[in-house]
Ligand binder design. Structure first.
Ligand code: NOJ
Length: 715
């Protein structure tokens, strides 16, 4: 008998339910604390998992209680939301996705895992893979943006990074793909609200990133808080047991979201914790996070014959197997024993700065306002986010020390020691106070260039941070308009650095500012990275992974829309359009400028007739016609012209990068395997249909800038 089977045979029901329970240690509570004090439960073997604990000493202290103080000595599984770093914060996920660099995504996850594991932790509740096309929803900041193909690449990179080569190694974390699934399209962008998406959209948009995570060996999956067409995901038998476990062979741990089993009562599918626990167990949820429903409800459910001991044992087996894979039985203190070297920590900060700089998206740069000209003697750096180190980390700060984050002011002072950098906040991120605006605006008079740092506070995106209006919060618009007007009067250029966990709908600002950088929330090295881009040390290379709307009323606006029978036509009234604004977003998916100026030409594909077994090779020439070296990103989209079901107008199939000096030309090579051109047919099963598939390549999803050719699919 294996170690795990022996343990299961020796366990009481209470001990088994302990292994299926996770409670918060109180370090970073993200919801109501329901399960109470953990210490006694760990000792009596009725609590097997903890979340939200930081510090190797604390982790080891708790581990000792379990291993040395409990009857069976089963080690604890301890996890935390390591979303974009642990102590060193990298850019928030949406920002990092903007770098379009899967290697960087994996590296930051690897670094975060090493840092968190050195702190004793063994699990992260990441990556978040919810495709989001609705910037009102605050949690878009945690995920891949609007596109499922991109979500798949993110899933692979993050799982590889967090879990390393083997979970058994002391510097890895078990990853947890969340939130399964279709959490992004909550009704009207309102957090935790109901979800209604079609079977087609579910399978084409929301499930693929999870399939990629499973194929990459993700250790755990977390169902979302929300329902899907009437069935809360926590009890969704068809998707949890059917799609996840049976169809995709996922045999890892399913951990509920925070109190999600208890919330089944609010959803109205369970009358009490006995029913809630029964439904979740039946659906295959192994660990009850924070509801204490399994410990309180399952004994009665077993007594009543609603749940069998075999079902409970299967869940316990999966949890113990994960602990075994993590090496916790062999050495429960393996994580958190060897402190990290100062060199490792310094190197991590270097990576954080590098990835942060590459995550910045230059949305606008009229008249080459950026980079700032060399030799400036005075710059005004104003706005509520100019000197706000604590805000730079953005939501999900894990164990980051907010005082160690670098502000824009500090970053620019580091970069330009001989420049006089004037500063005043002018206004708070959110307040009604306007008295300080005028003195801050007057700094423009004394400066040669003006940098306005405005946007959302860190806690305005993330969980429970939906917004109905997406303008600058508080009195910031008044401040920005006054500063822009003053600078214009004086003939000075204004650069806006926009901090946000989502696209902000500020067309008025894009209209008037000379240059705008989307800085999202870039983490510990934010200020240095922003200074790198402002001063031209680094050419901005980020591309927005979510369309930037013109108006909130356009949401959701995304490139993968299916065609209309009446496509927009300005001269035909009865076509699919708005009366007041264009259909397209202000900036499409993939938009982002660099300090180079690139032209694309000579798009070619081979072969031009493709069977299902072949790979299409796509090549495009890129020339840097600008005056500075820079990296260009090109995107590859396809469109199936005539199919048995309507196909999205564009489907992302790849992206590539090339760095070119001024005047240089190079070629970007991309590949698409023909199996990727399958789609779900009328019967919702994959089909490969002969016919023409259009191939588009360009610098963004802006159709007017895409080069086009096509291939013939042949049977
Ligand atoms: C609730 C969030 O929805 C989830 O993403 C997170 O992992 C848990 N809280 C634990 O903090």
């Amino acid at each position: 008998m294996s170690r795990i089977e022996k343990l299961i045979a020796a366990m009481t029901l209470a001990e088994k339910l302990g292994q299926l329970t996770m409670t918060a240690s109180g370090y970073a509570v993200t919801g109501p604390v329901i399960a109470g004090d953990s210490t006694e439960s760990i000792k009596d073997g009725t609590l097997g998992n903890l979340l939200n604990m930081v510090g190797a000493d604390h982790v080891h202290e708790m581990q000792r209680l379990a291993v040395e103080g409990s009857r069976l000595g089963i080690p604890l599984l301890i996890g935390l939301d390591i979303i974009h770093g642990h102590r060193t914060l990298f850019p928030v996920p949406l920002a990092e996705v903007a770098s379009f660099d899967p290697e960087a995504w994996a590296v930051t996850a690897r670094e975060a895992a090493m840092e968190a594991a050195a702190d004793g932790l063994a699990m992260t509740f990441a990556p978040m893979l919810d495709v989001s096309r609705d910037p009102r929803w605050g949690r878009g900041v945690e995920g891949p943006g609007e596109d499922p193909w991109l979500g798949m690449r993110l899933a692979e990179a993050k799982v590889r990074g967090f879990q390393g080569a083997s979970l058994n190694s002391p510097d890895t974390l078990a990853a947890c793909a969340k939130h399964f699934c279709a959490y992004g399209p909550v009704t009207a962008g309102r957090e935790y609200a109901a979800v209604d998406v079609s079977e087609r959209t579910l399978h084409e948009v929301h499930l693929p990133p999870f399939a990629a995570a499973i194929a990459s060996g993700v250790a755990a999956v977390m169902p979302s808080f929300t329902d899907l067409c009437g069935i809360p995901m926590t009890v969704h038998v068809r998707l949890l047991r059917g799609w996840l476990r049976e169809k995709h062979g996922f045999d890892g741990v399913i951990v509920s979201d925070y109190n999600a089993i208890g919330e089944l009562i609010n959803h109205g599918v369970a009358a009490d914790l006995v029913e809630a626990a029964t439904l979740a167990m039946k659906a295959g949820v192994d660990i009850d996070m924070m509801a204490d429903a399994y410990r309180r409800g399952l004994p009665t459910a077993v007594e009543r014959g609603l749940v069998t001991m075999a079902e409970i044992d299967a869940a316990v087996r999966r949890v113990l197997t994960l602990k075994e894979r993590l090496g916790l039985f062999d050495d429960p203190y393996r994580r958190g024993t060897t402190p990290e070297t100062p060199a490792a920590i310094t190197n991590r900060r270097r990576i954080a700065r590098d990835v942060a700089a590459r995550s910045i998206v230059m949305l606008k740069n009229d008249g080459e306002a950026l980079p700032l000209p060399a030799g400036l003697r005075t710059i005004a750096v104003t706005g509520p986010l100019a000197n706000a180190p604590a805000e730079m980390g953005g939501p999900w700060g894990a164990a980051g020390n907010t005082q160690e984050h670098v502000s824009v002011l500090a970053g620019l002072r580091n970069a330009l020691p001989n420049c006089d950098i004037l500063h005043a906040a002018g206004v708070a991120t959110e307040s009604t106070e306007t008295a300080e605006i005028q003195p801050a605006v007057e700094l423009c008079d004394r400066a040669e260039a003006v940098v306005l740092c405005v946007g959302e506070a860190a806690n305005m995106s993330g969980e429970a941070a939906s917004r109905a209006g997406l303008d600058l919060p508080g009195q910031q618009r008044i401040f920005v308009e006054a500063a822009l007007a003053r600078a214009k009067e004086l003939g000075k250029k204004v650069v806006v650095v926009l901090f946000c966990g989502r696209p902000l709908v500020v067309p008025w600002l894009f209209d008037k500012a000379d240059a705008v950088l989307a800085a999202w929330f870039l983490g510990s090295e934010a200020g240095n990275a922003i200074a790198d881009v402002l001063t031209g040390r680094v050419s901005p290379g980020g591309r927005t992974p979510i369309a930037w709307p013109r108006a909130v009323g356009q949401i959701p606006v995304f490139f993968g829309e299916r065609p209309s029978g009446r496509p927009a036509n300005p001269t035909d009234h009865f076509t699919s359009k708005y009366l007041d604004i264009p259909n397209d977003p202000l900036f499409p998916f993939g938009h982002g400028l660099t300090y180079g100026r690139f032209t694309l030409s000579n798009l070619r594909v081979s072969p031009d007739r493709v069977t299902e077994r072949e790979t299409i090779e796509v090549h495009v020439d890129v020339k840097n016609e600008g005056t500075r070296a820079a990296q260009e990103t090109v995107f590859l989209f396809t469109h199936d012209r005539v199919a048995s079901v309507t196909r999205p107008l564009l489907e992302l199939r790849g992206f590539g990068k090339i760095t070119l000096k001024p005047g240089d030309t190079g070629t970007v090579h991309l590949r698409v395997h023909a199996t990727e051109l399958r789609f779900l047919g009328v019967e919702m099963t994959p089909v490969f249909e002969p016919g023409e598939v259009e191939i588009f390549v360009g610098p963004s999803a802006d159709r007017t800038r895409l080069l086009k050719t096509s291939v013939q699919l042949v049977g």
